[in-house]
Design a protein around this ligand. Structure first.
Ligand code: PGA
Length: 246
């Protein structure tokens, strides 16, 4: 039973429509019942659902986040894009940045750094994703990769108070695989130590589900979970939260 403040972040990726929002009633009710447990639930739906979801979650313990943004903090001629200011205006309080699915389609540390800065300016809280690929892990480069992603992604950002780190090994996202507890602990410790005596919150993400949560929750350096696939089922998501506190 943990007494820690825990984050549960639902990354819906490119899934969900207006009807899907009805499925969240059970999560809202669940969060009301669990007043004694300290946690924050953040839903990150596709941009099309940010506004309706933020309306629906008003006066609840749940918050809304976005999944990415354009790096330009001002309006501009960027067809098909939205910036952090627009997302904030639509109701987002958080934003996922640096997700490996976006890194894989070309986002560099430098671009992610610009996005983070623009999101800070817009007043969003950032969920900054980092993690190694399978090849990097096999070549024992995990720490080197994490250090590079942290140092370059957060370059010249001094105030870390609105930044949460999500450690997501690329090879564990959507695969059903999770790291061995000892490896996960080592990586989380490495990330924490990179920040000296004021470390940010560190979450784990990658194939978190209502079965492996019993193993993951025992790593007490972890401040919560970024959940992809399993967060599309309110039942599974509730189960993940419940089991974290059992
Ligand atoms: P997954 O996704 O839980 O489906 O592995 C996690 C993520 O991509 O954030």
């Amino acid at each position: 039973m943990t007494n820690k403040y825990m984050y549960f972040i639902a990354n819906w990726k490119m899934f969900g429509d207006l009807r899907t929002l009805n499925t969240l009633d059970s999560v809202i009710n669940f969060s009301k019942l669990k007043r004694k447990n300290k946690f924050k639930i953040i839903y990150c739906p596709p941009n099309t659902l940010i506004r309706p979801l933020s309306k629906r979650l008003m006066k609840t313990r749940l918050d809304v986040g976005a999944q990415n943004c354009h790096e330009n903090e001002n309006y501009g001629a960027f067809t098909g894009h939205v910036n952090s200011k627009m997302l904030k205006n639509a109701g987002a309080k958080y934003i996922i940045l640096g997700h490996s699915e976006n890194r894989q389609s070309g986002e560099t540390d430098k671009l992610i750094n610009l996005k983070i800065k623009s999101a800070i300016k817009a007043g969003l809280k950032i969920i900054f994703c980092i993690g190694e690929t399978l090849k990097e892990k096999k070549n024992k480069k995990t720490n080197r990769v994490l250090a590079k992603q942290i140092d370059n992604g957060l370059r010249s950002i001094k105030n870390m108070s609105n930044i949460i780190i999500a450690y997501e090994p690329v090879w564990s996202i959507g695969t059903g695989l999770i790291p061995k507890s000892e490896d996960l602990l080592k990586s989380v410790l490495f990330i924490k130590n990179r920040f000296g005596n004021k470390p940010p919150k560190i979450l784990y993400g990658g194939s978190v589900n209502n079965n492996n949560i019993t193993q993951l929750k025992d790593i007490n350096l972890i401040d919560g979970f970024l959940v992809g696939g399993a967060s599309q089922s309110s039942k599974k998501f509730i189960d993940i939260i419940r089991k974290t506190f059992n």
